[in-house]
Design a protein around this ligand. Structure first.
Ligand code: SF4
Length: 181
């Protein structure tokens, strides 16, 4: 097999078709980042392009490796927050809730945007405690997170969904050229 063929199979396999983002349905991960980016970057083609970025590809392969070792496929969890349905696809739910992140350098404490995503998943699954695993080429580490969001928190995140959500987002944004913000 040639690499291009593998990449096509990989993107076709990985792109999620079991939930749909609509005006009133938001993935928790999108809610953790820029609203305009979520609006501009939701076509299947753009998702496939993102999946082929080396950093993303490696992260997905690690995810898939963990899924394969644990013998499962990530499920879609959904919960209402006001007029919206929030969807989430946590990496591991086996009694413990775990979100897995790959990175160049394992941080000394959980990164704010990673913690935000996990706290949303904790709300979604009704968990008081959860974990983030960071993997880098040089080390790995687990952090415990104990403060789930409430439904009111989620409603506020939707109401005040900023573009961008984080000051560093525009620098790395893949839809920057299309952005009118
Ligand atoms: S350039 Fe900045 S504001 Fe525009 S979509 Fe990207 S992250 Fe959002």
């Amino acid at each position: 097999m040639r690499l291009d063929e593998f990449l096509d199979i990989y993107t076709d396999t990985v792109v999620r078709k079991d939930y749909e983002m609509t005006e009133n349905s938001i993935h928790a991960k999108q809610l953790c980042y820029c609203k305009r980016k979520a609006e501009l970057g939701v076509t299947e083609e753009s998702v496939k392009e993102t999946l082929k970025e080396p950093r993303v590809l490696l992260g997905v392969l690690v995810d898939r490796g963990i899924e394969s070792i644990l013998g499962g496929r990530k499920k879609v969890y959904k919960k209402r927050a006001g007029n919206y349905t929030i969807a989430g696809t946590p990496d591991i739910v086996d009694g413990d809730l775990v979100e897995v992140k790959t990175t160049l350098k394992v941080p000394d404490s959980p990164r704010e945007h990673d913690k935000m995503q996990l706290r949303m998943y904790m709300w979604l699954l009704g968990k008081e405690k959860a974990y983030i695993w960071y993997f880098s080429p040089y080390s790995y580490r687990e952090f415990e997170v104990t403060d789930p969001y409430t439904t009111d928190d989620i409603k506020l995140f939707i109401e005040y969904w900023e573009s961008p959500r984080w000051s560093w987002e525009c620098k790395w944004c893949k839809v920057r050229e299309e952005c009118d913000v």
